[in-house]
Ligand binder design. Sequence first.
Ligand code: ZN
Ligand code: ZN
Length: 170
Amino acid sequence: MATLDYFQKRVQSRTVPTTAEFEHMLRATDLRVTRARLAVLNAVYDHPHADTSLISNIVHEDLGHVSHQTVYNVLEALTGAGLVRHIQPPGSVSRYESRVGDNHHHMVCRSCGSIADVDCSVGTAPCMTASDDHGYAIDECEVVYRGLCPECLSATASDQAPQTRKVSRV
Ligand SMILES: [Zn+2]
Ligand SMILES: [Zn+2]
């Protein structure tokens, strides 16, 4: 079910860079170009906020067998190089996205777990300016908005007993 959600989100995603562009990005950050790194980059660009199991599945479809550990190591390397961003909203598994460096926030659906990007609400990254920084050099601020996504809202509104009906069909 969560996987289906990613495929819906995929429709709204931006265009994915070409393989040559991915190779350029890897070289620019001093990472060796490997098929696994290219496949993982492609999966993250194509499926914003995907978790590691979805990314693993996509990479398997692309390259045949690649161990989960390899995918995990590649995600670590890409995150360390700043090519992908790791997020983990409270109560969620680790997720990865290609939109890096802008401190954007996330909106998470309480019902289906879908995730949407939210720009900072006013000006440029106002949340980075803490009312009191306690002397810390702040470089990230995590804000999570929670609620119901449009799909779940309309399902609730148009279906008087959604749970009962879904269960009885299984
Ligand atoms: Zn939802
Ligand atoms: Zn995001």
